[in-house]
Ligand binder design. Structure first.
Ligand code: COA
Length: 142
């Protein structure tokens, strides 16, 4: 497996949008708008690849000068629970640190809180609803 950054608008980016749609949006009856995708052009886009196959992805959006917000974390359904998500988070944190950021924050789905806790993230605040489902703000100092 190779972990690498993806260019916005590239063919890898199209694979990323497809994976995010399959794993994160379609199950909720939602999709992406063109504006939403255009707004990602300055984000740090990350993929886990096996040759040309995209196994998993996530992205980091600047929250402020010292923090990035992790978003759109998705591992292919049949590959979950094999350590791919944890490896990709480790890579995302290395990229964040290399760029001088001090903290990663996120809106974590309630069903994924245990995954992020294993990686050292802490819930900070109350449950709220986003994309129709319960979430918590979580964060980790790098
Ligand atoms: C949540 C997700 C990103 C985790 O990635 P993954 O590759 O399946 O997880 P890993 O195999 O790397 O798991 C690492 C550890 O976290 C645990 N873990 C994984 N998913 C978990 C979950 N949903 N809840 C609690 N623990 C979880 C694993 O058991 C493993 O524990 P171990 O180190 O003791 O063996 C992935 O399952 C996924 O894409 N789920 C659907 C979409 C989603 O919920 N995305 C997150 C939105 S905030």
């Amino acid at each position: 497996m190779a972990l690498k950054q993806i260019d916005h608008g590239s063919k890898e980016y199209l694979k990323m949008v497809n994976l995010r749609n399959e794993i994160l949006r379609k199950p909720l009856g939602l999709t992406f708008t063109d504006d939403e995708l255009a707004g990602e052009k300055d984000d740090i886009l990350i993929g886990a690849f096996d040759d040309d196959d995209l196994l998993a992805c996530c992205m980091l959006t600047k929250a402020d000068n010292s923090s990035l917000r992790l978003r759109q974390m998705a591992v292919q359904n049949n590959l979950q629970g094999k350590g791919i998500g944890a490896s990709m988070m480790n890579f995302a944190e290395i990229v964040s640190r290399d760029k001088g950021y001090k903290k990663v924050i996120m809106h974590a789905r309630e069903t994924a809180v245990g995954f992020y806790e294993k990686l050292g993230y802490k819930v900070v605040g109350d449950k709220f609803t986003e994309v129709t489902i319960p979430h918590y703000v979580m964060e980790k100092k790098l």
